[in-house]
Design a protein. Structure first.
Length: 257
């Protein structure tokens, strides 16, 4: 088992990704190699994801009236721009300066003027309690060191107002019977909880392959973390954001209080 990454190592990794090709680093699609993403197509995927998320959230009774939204792990602003069309203001926060710079530039190019991008390198969000009406993160927590990911779940609940909404995605475990899973992945899939474990997942880039850390947490553990932070999980919906080998879920949460 490889030693879990530090938050500093995560930052260094994503600084490099943002400097090389921020859109590709955020959303790798082998079908688009070797040329990478067309910006319009890239941001259209964000619009599609947000449209589905809003549809699901409203179906389970969550309040998504326009307000102040937070995009955690905003990268190149794929989801931030889509959120900006549905909210008064959007704040994107990322660990990498290169990503925030790319996101700011892309928003200006596309005339999105109600979104701001900030850099945060600490395991605590630089926002006041209850500052946002909505906090959202997709395809982010799975790449953080497990201890840090757990802390940020609590932070996302903290910065949302009572009655507000938190939506995040996190894998649960590797499917033991999946023929694509390695022996190590299959062994981990039968452990009670993966929140403290980490494996390597191969991801293709335009010049070869590169390793990305992946981890998961069983839903029971996530429910406990959310409850301790003052949130109520109103729905858990299976998704495909972690790839074919991992089982992954979206959590829809109402802030209590």
């Amino acid at each position: 088992m490889k030693k879990p990454l530090s938050l500093a190592a995560v930052r260094a990794h994503w600084e490099s990704e943002g400097a090389k090709d921020a859109m590709w680093g955020v959303l790798t699609d082998p079908d688009r190699a070797p040329d990478g993403w067309d910006p319009d197509a890239f941001f259209r995927t964000g619009e599609e994801d947000i449209a589905l998320i809003y549809q699901q959230a409203q179906a389970v009774g969550l309040d998504l009236t326009p307000g102040n939204a937070l995009d955690f792990g905003s990268g190149a602003g794929r989801l931030s721009q889509a959120l900006a069309a549905r909210n008064t203001t959007v704040t994107g926060v990322d660990v990498a300066t290169s990503m925030a710079s790319e996101a700011t530039q892309r928003a200006a190019e596309r005339g999105v003027d109600n979104v701001t991008f900030v850099v945060n390198v600490e395991p605590r969000l630089p926002f006041a309690d209850g500052q946002f009406d909505l906090a959202l993160t997709l395809i982010v927590l799975q790449h953080l060191p497990p201890k840090v990911a757990r802390q940020f779940i609590g932070e996302l609940v903290r910065v949302v107002r009572p009655g507000g909404t938190v939506i995040f995605q996190l894998p649960s475990h590797v499917e033991a019977g999946d023929p694509a899973a390695s022996l190590q992945q299959r062994a981990l899939s039968v452990t009670p909880d993966l929140v403290g474990d980490q494996i390597r997942s191969v991801r293709i880039n335009r010049s070869g392959v590169r390793n990305h850390s992946m981890h998961g947490a069983r839903p029971a553990r996530v429910l406990n973390l959310v409850e301790q932070a003052g949130g109520d999980v109103v729905a858990i919906i299976k998704d495909e954001y972690a790839g074919k080998t991992w089982r992954s879920y979206r959590y829809f949460i109402r802030k209590l209080g």
